[in-house]
Design a protein around this ligand. Structure first.
Ligand code: AHR
Length: 495
């Protein structure tokens, strides 16, 4: 009976391009996400380039990070860009009031951030301060970064070591305006947005895409209101949704050592992303039928109780096989809305929430989430293909059920056909017949990420406890069947 599960792909009907920025990252001044985790400073004994750790940069390059959002998050609405330019030793010291009230020495500022994205070969997504800043301050930051004339601010940038304007690919006007970004109503935010964006100017080749700060979770009113009432430039409306095992912010659930009840509740909660995007996209389709405004999930990922013994303000958590499954389920959802969802940013890149990398002094490890991102690289800028799953079984535990199989298919930029498969059932493998209309398949070749336990994870003592393994299936009698192990993520090319 297991053989009855089947996936049909129509390789002739090309869907939208899966923008590589769907695989974007987020690096906030929070805990050890930037300081220690990535930035150690040029004088550190830890090998670095311009202050950025060589080991971490090398690993991030291998997963083809397309885009990095910075400096926050909540931090962005308290960040004053002038604090982060000029000689590092004379930069002001502030307190990071959102995240543990620790000292923020402003060692990483605009120039250091652009060094980071240059080293990664990534694009820059800068988040402006609407909450505690002014239209003037934001406009001047834009001029400092992008001015190509001889204005005092452009000359100041040159004096600080950067001749040519920085390329700001995206610029956001505030963050979570409904919460830490100023506790505003959508109406008040929209007025401020219109006012501020009227003064955000840059030479044409350097004009970033402008992102408005939108809603979260089940809310669609921000998307609706903003898309109807913004009168200035807007290229995207952002949206945030975090996956909590319990759904309860005061007791979120454990990162490791959880039971099957929290395995399934976590996956079920993450799958809610589908409905949230669908409902918001419906508003955009109505208010913006020409599809000019992108729907950008610029914060997503798992949020657990912090690792015992760590600063609760630092949001440091382990990442297990479950997180890789969460990431893959989200990727498959994002691909299915690729026509509207053109950027997302997982929270966050290093040492914070659902991180790619964890560090401890001069050591680092790659999390299962890193491996999921790296396995999905062929989907960056690939063309989505329609796919149907027939007879998808339900996986159930303790009264909760979710579909067992999640899948996505695309034509890669290399011309190959790629398929991702997730088996959400931690107890049972699933056999899937693969059919591509009009093509004779001989094999599936790629990699699988799985482990014996639901919370398998890497530690500094065992940094390779869980990593991808090669995976192959060969067609028999003209039929390609792929056996997906329990709790696994697979990415294969279909040959
Ligand atoms: O990613 C951590 C925080 O979550 C961000 O600073 C904020 O925007 C969100 O509430």
């Amino acid at each position: 009976a297991a053989n009855e599960v089947s996936i049909s792909i129509d390789a002739k009907k090309a869907g939208p391009v899966i923008n590589k920025n769907i695989y974007g990252q987020f690096a906030e001044h929070l805990g050890t996400g930037i300081y220690e985790g990535m930035w150690v400073g040029p004088d550190s004994p830890i090998p670095n380039t311009k202050g950025w750790r060589n080991d971490v940069i090398g690993a991030l390059k291998k997963m083809h990070v397309p885009l990095v959002r910075w400096p926050g998050g909540c931090f962005a609405d308290e960040y004053h860009w002038r604090d982060g330019i000029g000689a590092r030793e004379s930069r002001p010291v502030k307190m990071n009031t959102n995240w543990g009230n620790v000292e923020e020495r402003n060692a990483v500022g605009t120039h250091e951030f652009f060094d980071l994205v240059d080293l990664l070969g990534a694009d820059a997504y800068v988040n402006g301060n609407l909450g505690s800043g002014s239209a003037q301050e934001m406009a001047e930051w834009m001029e400092y970064m992008t001015g190509d004339g001889k204005s005092t601010l452009a000359e100041l940038r040159r004096k600080n070591g950067r001749d040519k304007p920085f390329k700001v690919a995206f610029f956001a006007v505030g963050n979570e305006a409904w919460g830490c970004g100023g506790n505003m109503t959508a109406e008040y935010y929209t007025n401020l947005y219109n006012q501020t964006v009227s003064f955000l100017k840059a030479p044409k080749p350097y004009m970033p895409k402008i992102i408005a700060s939108g809603g979260h979770d089940d809310d669609t009113t921000w998307t609706d209101y903003l898309s109807k009432n913004i009168r200035t430039r807007v290229d995207g409306i952002s949206f945030h949704y975090y996956t909590l095992p319990t759904g309860n912010w005061s007791k979120k659930g454990l990162a490791i050592g959880f039971g099957e009840d929290q395995w399934i509740s976590t996956l079920k909660n993450t799958l809610r992303m589908d409905t949230m995007i669908k409902n918001n996209v419906a508003k955009l389709d109505k208010n913006d039928p020409k599809n000019k405004i992108s729907f950008d999930v610029d914060e997503w990922g798992t949020w657990y109780d912090v690792e015992p013994g760590t600063n609760p303000g630092f949001l440091y958590q382990q990442s297990s096989l479950r997180d890789a499954v969460v990431a893959a389920l989200n990727f498959n959802i994002f691909h299915s809305y690729a026509g509207r969802v053109r950027m997302t940013n997982i929270a966050q890149m290093v040492n914070v929430l659902q991180a790619m990398i964890l560090t401890e002094k001069d050591k680092m490890l790659l999390t299962p989430t890193y491996h999921a991102f790296e396995m999905y690289v062929p989907f960056q800028n690939a063309t989505a293909l329609p796919l149907t799953i027939a007879n998808n079984p339900e996986y159930s535990f303790g009264g909760t059920s979710i579909p067992e199989v999640s899948a996505s298919a695309a034509r890669g930029q290399d011309g190959k056909l790629y398929l991702s498969l997730v088996n959400t059932n931690p107890n049972k493998d699933v056999s899937i017949d693969i059919d591509v209309a009009g093509e004779k398949l001989t094999a599936a070749k790629g990699r699988v990420l799985t482990a014996k336990t639901m919370d398998a994870h890497n530690t500094f003592a065992q940094p390779q406890a869980i990593q991808p393994a090669s995976f192959n299936a060969t067609a028999k009698a003209g039929k390609l069947t792929v056996n997906v192990p329990a709790k696994a993520v697979i990415v294969v090319s279909l040959e």
